[in-house]
Design a protein around this ligand. Structure first.
Ligand SMILES: Cc1cc2nc3c(=O)[nH]c(=O)nc-3n(C[C@H](O)[C@H](O)[C@H](O)COP(=O)(O)OP(=O)(O)OC[C@H]3O[C@@H](n4cnc5c(N)ncnc54)[C@H](O)[C@@H]3O)c2cc1C
Length: 413
């Protein structure tokens, strides 16, 4: 894709080609906004959207119990339904654009790390009663047929969830949008956002610029310096992933299911079998150590703890990504981020580790608001607005909280 090297105009300029930015662009084009430009600092999918574990599931970072307490039963149902719509949006894109992204419809397992059946029982009841979600259930013995590890005591199965190859997906999505008329520029970081007359803005990049009436900030934790409010209302949190060598028949000596897996600890492992018999294995979070050098060894030791029968396997790749968290753990959306009312600058961030599906919804809600004045996004803003995350102090507080929960899980386990 080209680099922006001249001055252009557009109806809307989207900054950031992750899932949120591209979904906003798609939503605008679907609503007949013809001139949509996306500028990306690096390459499409450079941020979390190209680095994630590939779990596509409903719900939020914020747990359902807390959500219900905060917004009430009925509104929690509305929000949860939105998250289910988000999952469907991803599935529809894969189908409509015929994107080859190794989709695996085996669902997602939540495995119980603790020998306490009530953890899964309570969660299953809550999901049925509050949201009508009927999770499948495996007892400890059945679970160990699927996940051949002594660490698990049963599992719940989210059958409507799926997993996929996020980089293949996002590249497919970007190409489909270009075919529909979007202009996407790579290696074109927005370095300055300048309000001009007629309610328009100029978005400057090192070699060119875009003049647009509407701007959408979708850079999440990778965006810095365009809007102080955008920056100070998110805490960047790192998480880490590795991919093993292809394991052939050995894979099934450990993971005897096509489902993706995570567990009931605060700092859970998340992993899934890939089409070529590798395991993609992720875990650990930190608000202070973004890219530690020993991450491969640490993830390998996490994998060995769960599946010691795989000792000696090679790790072919490892990487990290930086997620964006708001203090309330819900995504945020709105406009007026640079301080003028209705100034035509929309924003979204705060998807944390639960953003693959939700970014699609939030991008689309911005598009609906911009194109049609649709106020669906207020379902979220009425309860979860922008909150100061207090910079370095906020990061240290987040790290301390993580340490506390990790220690608590060690004591419980
Ligand atoms: C390792 C890892 C595993 C994860 N696993 C899962 C999972 O399995 N399931 C799940 O639901 N979620 C998961 N997540 C979270 C999910 O990936 C994110 O919430 C989601 O991708 C966020 O998308 P986004 O579009 O908001 O931001 P990003 O994908 O981070 O995209 C932001 C883009 O903006 C660009 N940008 C920033 N600043 C500028 C600028 N000034 N000019 C131009 N471009 C700019 C960046 O280069 C980047 O490409 C995971 C995250 C990580 C890091």
């Amino acid at each position: 894709m080209p680099t922006l090297e001249n001055s252009i105009t557009a109806d809307v300029c989207v900054i950031g080609a992750g899932f949120a930015g591209l979904s906003a662009a798609k939503g605008l084009i679907d609503r007949s906004i013809e001139s949509v430009v996306v500028i990306e600092a690096q390459e499409v999918g450079h941020g979390c959207s190209g680095r994630n574990g590939g779990f596509v599931f409903s719900g939020f970072n914020l747990d359902e119990e807390t959500l219900i307490k905060k917004v009430g039963f009925s509104h929690a149902q509305t929000l949860y339904r939105h998250s289910e719509t988000a999952v469907k949006m991803v599935k529809d894109n894969i189908r409509d654009f015929n994107i080859d992204c190794d989709i695996n419809n085996s669902g997602i397992l939540l495995a119980n790390w603790f020998d306490r059946p009530e953890i899964l029982d309570d969660y299953k009841s809550l999901m049925t009663e509050a949201f009508g979600v009927n999770l499948g259930e495996y007892d400890a013995r059945e679970c160990r047929e699927l996940l051949k590890s002594a660490h698990y005591y049963g599992a719940l199965h989210e059958r409507g969830a799926f997993h996929f190859h996020p980089v293949k997906y996002i590249r497919g999505l970007a190409n489909a949008l270009i075919a529909k008329g979007a202009q996407i520029y790579e290696h074109s970081p927005a370095v300055r956002l300048e309000p001009i007359s007629d309610g328009k803005h100029i978005i400057h990049t090192p070699k060119g610029n875009v003049t647009a009436k509407t701007v959408i900030l979708a850079g999440s934790a990778y965006m810095k310096g365009l809007s102080p409010l955008y920056d100070r209302t998110q805490t960047p949190v790192a998480t880490y992933v590795m991919a093993t060598e292809p394991l052939g028949d050995r894979l099934k000596t450990a993971i005897n299911t096509g489902a993706a897996v995570y567990d009931t600890r605060f700092d859970f492992d998340y992993y899934r079998p890939l089409a070529d018999t590798r395991i993609l294995w992720g875990g650990r979070i930190s608000a202070t150590a973004m890219n530690p050098p020993d991450i491969k060894d640490k993830l390998y030791s996490d994998l060995m703890r769960v599946y010691p029968q795989l000792e000696g396997i090679k790790i072919d790749y490892s990487w990290h990504g930086i997620m964006s968290y708001a203090r309330h753990k819900m995504p945020v959306i709105g406009n007026s981020v640079i301080g003028r009312p209705a100034d035509g600058v929309w924003f979204t961030h705060g998807f944390g580790g639960h953003g693959v599906a939700l970014t699609h919804l939030f991008g689309d809600m911005i598009a609906g608001a911009v194109a049609d004045g649709d106020e669906t996004y207020r379902d979220f803003t009425d309860h979860y607005g922008l909150k100061n995350s207090y910079g370095t102090l906020g990061k240290l507080a987040a790290e301390a909280t993580y340490r506390y929960y990790i220690l608590r899980d060690k004591i419980r386990g």
